[in-house]
Design a binder for this molecule. Structure first.
Ligand code: UD1
Ligand code: UDP
Length: 363
């Protein structure tokens, strides 16, 4: 059985790494990786292949950045040729990025069975590009692998037949649990003299937070206020760096004595920084899930989350993009005693094995 697994952007690498490994272990599967090249920088792509033990991609499409239509269209044109040549029995896509949607559409049009890992999540906000990608990919998928209960409910409500839906757990957590010990041995906190629990770790890259100048200014202001009390560590996504540079916020943050701006860091280093943080402030999807498992308080600067289990079970809390409100809440949560997180069902490090067993059963 030949399986093509698609990766394109940063969060895809952590999700496909354990799936590829489990497909090899289950036996009888020729597992091949296609990298669309949606993310292409050393720090947004190559480093993850090395750290996560992924093989060199068997196929690289080199599409790079562009408008939504350009990027989606370029992936589709290039991936269609790959599918013609490779003749896979199954295509696996993960998450909600443009590469997920583009390759899913190609699979469906060429009548190749399609599996979507992380199906059923919904923010109910169609202004998020990811929401369109999630909805369309789920609609055309044959096998839907779900991470949390809300996903099952959404797919049921949308009329997806039960036999297509598999509640398997969270492959991103498979990777987190696998690399947690290695992350603990990183030296990065020492290099910045950061004590355990003393600093706020930040990631921010949603268009709604960074593309609009007034919104980005509110984020910058919030960081300046937070940095009055605690060191702020901020590995900056390239999208965010571009808009910070245009708006002048970059210089302000760089000059601030208590704010450590960095290039995006590797996965091992990022898990190390998360585990040592007093609090994480983010708008990332994956980081909400990882902080839930690590038991680190998380403030998500968004009006909604497609991952409600991180709020119900985990340490996550949504907050409006208001500098004073963020400042006040960071203060409260940095000093409040931590409660023991309740692990969401099946976030146990075995999700990719469950997927591999189901995939093997298809042949
Ligand atoms: C994409 C995903 C988003 C995901 C994020 C993870 C879509 C619609 N968005 O957003 O869901 O949360 O990845 O990080 O698929 N750039 C570089 N180097 C790179 C990659 C990007 O400099 O290696 C810059 C380019 O200026 C590019 C911009 O970042 O225009 C945005 O990249 P793009 O892949 O379009 O979207 P992301 O914001 O990264
Ligand atoms: N991450 C990383 N380095 C960083 C920031 C994040 O390795 O500098 C990891 C993080 O631990 C998680 C993934 O990247 O595994 C999340 O990706 P991102 O936030 O880019 O995308 P999203 O999850 O929002 O789609």
């Amino acid at each position: 059985m030949k399986v093509l697994s698609v990766v394109g952007a940063r969060p895809n690498f952590m999700k496909i790494a354990p799936v590829h490994q489990a497909l090899l272990e289950v036996g009888g599967i020729n597992s091949r990786i296609v990298h669309t090249g949606q993310h292409y920088d050393e720090k947004m792509s190559d480093i993850f292949f090395r750290q996560l033990g992924l093989p060199e991609p068997h196929v690289y499409l080199d599409v790079h950045s562009g408008s939504h239509a350009e990027q989606t269209g370029r992936v589709m044109m290039a991936f269609e040729r790959v599918v013609w040549a490779e003749e896979p029995d199954l295509i696996i896509v993960v998450g909600d990025v443009n590469s997920t949607l583009a390759c899913g559409l190609v699979a469906a049009k060429l009548h190749v069975p399609l599996a979507h890992v992380e199906a059923g999540l919904r923010s109910h906000d169609r202004r998020m590009p990811e929401e369109i990608n999630r909805m369309v990919t789920d609609r055309i998928s044959d096998h839907l692998f779900v991470t949390e209960q809300s996903g099952i409910q959404h797919l049921k409500a949308e009329g997806v037949p039960d036999e297509r839906v598999h509640f398997v757990g969270n492959v991103m957590i498979d990777t987190l649990l696998r690399f947690r010990d290695q992350a603990a041995r990183s030296d990065l906190r020492n290099q910045y003299s950061l004590c355990q629990g003393s600093y706020v770790l930040v990631t921010m890259h949603r268009p709604s937070n960074v593309d609009i100048p007034e919104h980005l200014e509110a984020v910058v202001k919030a960081l300046e206020l937070v940095a009055q009390d605690h060191p702020v560590v901020f590995p900056v996504h390239p999208r965010t760096r571009k808009y910070l540079a245009q708006g002048g916020g970059l210089g302000r943050l760089e000059r601030h004595q208590s704010i450590f701006l960095m290039e995006p860091v590797g996965y091992v280093e990022f898990v190390h920084l998360m585990e040592g943080a007093g609090l994480v402030m983010t708008d990332s999807g994956g980081v909400q899930e990882e902080t839930t498992v690590l038991g680190v308080p998380c403030l998500t600067v968004r009006p909604h989350t497609e991952r409600p289990v991180t709020v119900d079970h985990g340490t996550n809390e949504l907050i409006e993009r208001d500098p004073q409100a963020i400042h006040a809440r960071v203060r409260e949560r940095m000093t409040a005693p931590r409660s023991n997180p309740v692990m969401p069902p099946l976030w146990d490090g075995r999700a990719s094995h469950r997927i591999a067993r189901i995939v093997a059963g298809l042949s």
